[in-house]
Unconditional design. Structure first.
Length: 463
């Protein structure tokens, strides 16, 4: 066997026993950088790019975004269930990741490189390219996420292991939302898309070092999978009170973030009188404040458990967004962003730790590790935030008298956009608080953890 073939075989046959090493933890965490870089750039600027820069009617773009959200939502449980049950010599997750990375970064770049077409043609271009982007993004990011509760097995491990991951995610969000305006303002939208795609590809390649699955008893796993069909899996998932309360709260918080990020370019230009590049000044403080706060929220999760931490996150995040009702200048809005950053850090730290707890609890019910199904079902519901974002944005802009591509807007537009990112998020956060209050898993590590550690579907066993 050649040296290259031997290295490939070693990479293929790796299995994780015990706790991951520091190098594996950091490399795995690095995957969050490109995932968030692509996602946040797309979420924050694609509506603005197609509506304000290309002149596509806001209602058309809203319809295209709804189609994007529906496709993405449907893909999540399908890919998740297939990933759970399809075992190869490379494992369950790594093949999906390897096959999806290149189409993902290429499709992302093409979103920002539309040919010279009339508005109807631009919508068709958007739908086709984004469909490819959706398929690849789900295949890659869902499977990367599904590895998290397998690599890190307790709340304490997950809170610690999630810290470097979310720090990478924050850097990706900073470049995707605060850095992107600097790029498109200086080199143009097409070059911005190409640069971010190339950087993302490099980080995904590095992160493979940390994507290691645990050995399982294949005979026991297949016997249990044969006894629990796909229909039963879906029923168990959506009848799980812990998951239902968790995912509805998560949907509301993700919708809050999506609305805030999509509204910022409009807020900068029409409410506080800034330029396109000033969006960086508004967004950067959010993520700068979130970087040290990640460590603090990790301590909170380990100390009080996921449920109490989620309640605290909602209070901080909801109250902080109210501050956007006050500023009349870019600097004032940037100051409000510092408080919002504390809530963003909590959201990033606690949500996946809590979902890992739900997955552990589910194993006591089904005898299976179903990370793919749960992350897929979570994605199915949470991707509804794209639909919520598109509808709310279109309704608010339309009601306030916004005119696509106009150099000047009516005064009511400034007020409408201010309410969009300063009032709507508070209402959504209040509803999320109710959901998390009803979340039934109260401890830091329920009995599910002990059961999971002795299970042939997740233990450190011989393959």
């Amino acid at each position: 066997m050649s040296a290259a073939g031997g290295s490939l075989a070693r990479l293929r046959d790796r299995r994780l026993v015990g706790e991951p090493t520091r190098a594996q933890t950091v490399a795995y965490g690095a995957s969050a950088f490109p995932a968030n870089l692509l996602l946040q750039t797309f979420s924050a600027f694609v509506v603005y790019f197609y509506v304000d820069r290309l002149g596509v009617p806001a209602g058309w773009v809203a319809g295209a975004m709804i189609a994007h959200g529906i496709l993405n939502a449907l893909l999540n449980p399908v890919v998740g269930a297939a990933s759970d049950r399809r075992r190869t010599r490379w494992g369950r997750r790594v093949p999906w990741i390897g096959l999806g990375v290149v189409p993902l970064v290429v499709a992302f770049a093409l979103v920002w490189m539309p040919p010279p077409l009339p508005p109807a043609g631009l919508v068709v271009w958007f739908l086709v390219v984004v469909a490819i982007y959706d398929v690849a993004y789900v295949a890659v990011v869902l499977n990367v996420s599904a590895l998290f509760p397998e690599i890190f097995r307790t709340t304490a491990e997950r809170a610690r292991g999630n810290s470097p991951r979310q720090l990478f995610a924050l850097v990706g969000m900073i470049l995707g939302t605060a850095g992107a305006p600097l790029l498109y303002d200086s080199v143009g939208w097409a070059a911005m898309g190409l640069v971010l795609a190339v950087v993302s590809l490099g980080f995904f390649c590095w992160s493979v070092v940390g994507m290691v699955e645990r050995p399982v008893d294949l005979a026991a796993v297949r016997e249990r999978e044969a006894a629990v069909g796909l229909g039963d899996q879906l029923r168990y998932t959506f009848a799980n009170r812990a998951f239902v309360t968790y995912v509805l709260g998560s949907l509301l918080l993700q919708s809050t973030t999506a609305i805030l990020l999509a509204g910022v370019p409009f807020y900068v230009r029409y409410t506080v009188g800034g330029t396109d590049a000033d969006a960086t000044l508004l967004l950067a403080p959010i993520f700068v404040a979130a970087i040290p706060a990640i460590v603090g929220w990790s301590w909170v999760v380990r100390r009080v458990g996921p449920r109490t931490a989620m309640l605290a996150v909602v209070v901080v995040y909801g109250l902080a967004t109210c501050l956007y009702l006050i500023p009349t200048t870019v600097i004032g809005a940037a100051a409000a962003g510092l408080a919002v950053g504390l809530g963003v850090a909590g959201l990033m730290q606690v949500l996946e730790v809590a979902l890992g707890q739900v997955i552990d609890d589910d194993e006591t019910r089904t005898g299976l590790r179903r990370e793919g199904m749960y992350f897929g079902a979570n994605g199915f519901v949470v991707r509804g935030s794209v639909v919520v974002q598109a509808v709310v944005l279109a309704v608010v802009l339309g009601a306030s008298g916004y005119v696509e591509g106009a150099a000047a807007q009516a005064p009511e537009v400034a007020t409408g956009v201010r309410l969009l990112i300063g009032a709507v998020p508070v209402v959504l956060a209040a509803a999320a608080f109710v959901c998390f209050w009803l979340y039934p898993l109260r401890g830091r590590d329920d009995a599910a953890v002990a059961a999971a550690e002795s299970s042939p579907t997740a233990g450190d066993l011989t393959v």
